[in-house]
Structures are given as C-alpha cells and as structure tokens.
Design a protein around this ligand. Structure first.
Ligand SMILES: Nc1ncnc2c1ncn2[C@@H]1O[C@H](COP(=O)(O)OP(=O)(O)O)[C@@H](O)[C@H]1O
Ligand SMILES: [Mg+2]
Length: 315
C-alpha cells in the first residue's frame, strides 16, 4: 500500500483501504494512561497536590502532555472517570456547578396541567465541578482544561468555591422537597449516575484531585497561585521523547524500529532548543509515518515530514 492509491486529484472514484489508524487516533478514543511518561518532577508535584488537597496548575507549551497527566493519576489511584471542564472565554462557574432547564420545566408543568406532579429533578444536572464536589468517600478527578482562556474573573470565583468546598443550588433551596436526586456529570449515558442533594446544598467530604492546565497565555492573581501547586512542563530530552514514541507506537526499546526514529527525535529536540514551537503530537505523527510500513520514500518522505512537523506559531 502506498499513498498513490489514495487521493490523487484526478476526480476518478476508487475504493481505498487506509490501513490501521495510528493507535492514538482509533475510536472510541483509547485511554492514554499507560502511554504517558511523566517528565522529571511531575510525580512529586502530583503527590504534593494530593496530600495537600490543593489543585495542581500545570503550565506548558501546546502538546506537552498537560491534559494527559490526570488520566494516568485517575487510573493509578482509581479515582473513576475524569470529569472534564473545557474552558473558553464564555465559560461560567455556574455551568460547571449545575445546569437548570427552567423552560423545560415550565413546559412540562403546562403539559401535566394543574393536577399533575411537578418534579424538578429531570431538569437539573450537576456540571463537572458540581459532580466533583459531591460528598463521596473516594475523591474524584477533575480536569479544568485551558483555564488561561477564561474570562478574567473566573479564576477568583473558582477559587472561592474550591476554598469552601460547597455550593448552593438556589432552585432546590426553594423547592418543596428536602432531598432531590440529581443527575451527575459524565459517566455512562445509558445508565447515568444520580446523587441525592439535601436542601439545595452540595458539600464535599473528600476534596477532588484537580488538574488545571494553562498554556501560559496570561498571568493569574497571586491569591490564586498561592492556593495551587504549580508545575511547568520541562522541555523533553531525546531519551524522554524516545520513551514517549516507543510507548505510543508500541515499539520495544533498542530494536531496529526504535533506532529508525532516532534522527527524527534528534532534529525535533534541536528545533525545540532553538525556540521553535512543536508539539509531541507532531512528533508522534511523524514517527507513525516513518515506521508505518514504508509507505513513503525519498523526496516525498521529506516533504510529508516537513508538513507534519511545521512550526505551531505559523498557521
Ligand atoms: N510525556 C508524555 N508521555 C506520553 N505521551 C505524551 C507525553 N506528552 C505528550 N504526549 C502525547 O501528546 C499528545 C498531546 O498531549 P496533550 O496532553 O493533549 O497536550 P497539551 O494538553 O499539553 O496540549 C497526546 O496524545 C499525549 O498522549
Ligand atoms: Mg490540552
């Protein structure tokens, strides 16, 4: 199989077999906890955050593995499925705590008529942060991804909730029943988990393990930083990257296949040292193309490698 069998640009329909995808691009997405190789210092930072019950703020370049750290911690410590909150400039603290569908409830009340029951539970769902703060014996794992993309006030508002470890759902505080069973965030869609909420208050009993990630695009207030354990992803060495590539491509160390990627890793590390912005993802792509059955030769090969290893600061 060569690339010549795929798209050629002549408009003639043909049947193609693209072969197996790279292991990290198969779907449903595989968990990456076994492949992740913690950089030096990360293990200590994670353990400090765990012991001190503080969030871990991980800063680093795009593709340096920030969002993957928590997958490994959650697996190793059996913290359950990672609760994920992906931050954008429109993210609000409230949506991370809970969501309430007021219109849906009004609609249901109308349909049921004056004698019909009024159940608020189907119109409430805890968000990722709200679910992480549920009273449980074993802490959950919560990823607050790309917090540097948030609106300016969000970090301080978040800190306030994390300091207190509790929040109120006003709609429930006003509700007739004392205990309402509310749907949790994430989990199995066919059998969603529910938890009782008493008098509209959610109070954490085991502080969750929280990783917040940042590309370092902005500074955070000192009050915020003071309450986090901070870790910056270091620039990886050749040796570390070789382990990463071997783990993802399932190559044994010291073999011919492993040595075949050495020049690639060398170049990658030199370009990083020269200040270029490149992600581990890109290295994995290049390594897959190089070791994936000799589909690329000569000039074609260099051209495609240049394509996947293009600097990130250029679009
Ligand atoms: N230290 C590492 N060990 C194994 N894989 C890594 C490592 N660093 C990055 N990767 C891989 O690179 C890709 C990008 O990582 P990701 O966590 O999404 O980066 P970030 O969140 O920093 O942008 C993922 O496929 C991840 O598995
Ligand atoms: Mg990320």
């Amino acid at each position: 199989m060569t690339w010549q069998n795929f798209y050629v640009g002549d408009g003639t329909p043909r049947d193609v077999d693209l072969g197996d995808p790279p292991p990290w691009r198969s779907f449903p997405r595989p968990a990456l906890h076994r492949e992740f190789q913690p950089p030096p210092g990360l293990v200590k930072a994670v353990n400090a955050a765990l012991v001190l019950r503080r969030p871990l703020l991980v800063t680093g370049a795009a593709g340096s593995g920030k969002s993957t750290v928590i997958e490994q911690v959650a697996q190793e410590l059996k913290l359950g499925d990672v609760l994920r909150w992906h931050i954008t400039s429109r993210s609000t603290l409230k949506e991370a705590l809970y969501r309430y569908d007021a219109l849906g409830r009004i609609h249901a009340q109308r349909l049921a008529g004056p004698d019909g029951g009024d159940d608020i539970a189907p119109f409430l769902q805890l968000g990722p942060l709200g679910t992480a703060l549920l009273p449980v014996e074993h802490p959950r794992a919560l990823l607050i991804d790309e917090i540097d993309k948030s609106d300016l006030d969000l970090p301080s508002d978040l800190l306030d909730v994390l300091e207190r470890g509790e929040f109120e759902i006003p709609e429930l505080a006003r509700y007739a029943r004392d205990v309402v069973t509310v749907r949790e965030w994430g989990g199995d869609a066919s059998a969603p988990a529910h938890s009782p909420v008493e008098n509209g208050f959610v109070r954490c009993t085991s502080f969750p393990f929280i990783v917040m990630t940042s590309n370092g695009e902005r500074d955070f207030p000192a009050a915020f930083l003071r309450r986090c354990i901070r870790f910056t992803m270091p620039k990886p060495s050749v040796e570390e990257l070789r382990k990463v590539v071997e783990a993802h491509l399932k190559i044994d160390g010291g073999t011919r296949r492993s040595r075949a990627i050495d020049p690639l890793i060398q170049t990658f590390v030199e370009r990083l040292a020269a200040g270029e912005s490149l992600a581990v993802d890109q290295l994995l792509n290049a390594a897959h193309l190089l070791t994936g059955g000799g589909t690329l030769a000569g000039a074609d090969r260099q051209e495609v490698l240049d394509l996947v290893l293009r600097e990130l600061s250029r679009a």
